[in-house]
Design a protein around this ligand. Structure first.
Ligand code: 5GP
Length: 202
């Protein structure tokens, strides 16, 4: 009865805001949400699975994909290359599936241009002090890396105005509920829908 093309839900945040955990949580709540697996030149972290968390490639492999025009967006983040494959997005959207993307602010801006109907959600920690504490608790990064991420976060946080929605991540459950509410509301937007009653001529 209802036809709908898929929607892109783009989530960005300064690192340490809890975005990865939040994206994981929302995928458990909304099982029909497709997840865009990014291509990256960064080394895998312990526990990360190639093809599931990221597709890990060498820089020359990444550059070859870039030359072939395979990315819907791409960016350099913390010295590594990251990109979203255009074909994977198009397939999911064409099948009417919604796609969740965990990408940085540069990539989000590129996708906004390419897909003006995408929904952009920005996540922030309640304070910079909280952000720093979360980065330290993660322990996966060296001190210099933490300083680099904090510095970048200070610059990135001002980007929130370019997004459609802002979530302050004080608590995972509350933030996940807000993100779920955003996705569900956007799914009901009349501008995204085509309504056809089989028994009504309009
Ligand atoms: P991490 O390497 O810590 O998982 O991610 C670092 C940053 O890169 C995060 O802000 C994440 O959202 C971003 N990122 C991950 N995949 C992509 C992508 O495909 N494109 C862009 N532009 N950023 C990405």
């Amino acid at each position: 009865m209802i036809d709908r093309r898929g929607t892109l839900f783009v989530v960005s945040a300064p690192s340490g805001a809890g975005k990865t955990t939040l994206c994981h949580e929302i995928r458990l709540r909304l099982l029909d949400l497709a997840y865009s697996v990014s291509v990256t030149t960064r080394a895998p972290r312990p526990g990360e699975v190639d093809g599931k968390d990221f597709r890990f490639v060498t820089e020359s492999e990444f550059r070859a994909m870039l030359d072939r025009g395979e990315f819907a967006e791409w960016a350099v983040v913390h010295g590594n290359l990251y990109g979203t494959r255009a074909d994977a997005l198009e397939t999911a959207l064409g099948e009417g599936r919604d796609v969740l993307l965990d990408i940085d602010t540069q990539g989000a801006a590129q996708l906004r241009t390419r897909y003006p109907e995408a929904v952009l959600v920005f996540i922030v920690a309640p304070s910079m002090a909280e952000l720093e504490q979360r980065l330290r608790e993660r322990r996966s990064d060296a001190e210099r890396e933490i300083a680099r991420r904090l510095d970048r976060a200070r610059h990135e946080v001002v980007m929130w105005r370019q997004y459609d929605y802002l979530i302050v991540n004080r608590d995972l459950k509350e933030a996940a509920e807000q993100l779920e509410a955003i996705i569900q509301a956007e799914r009901c937007r009349t501008t995204r829908l085509e309504l056809r009653f089989p028994d009504l001529e309009v």
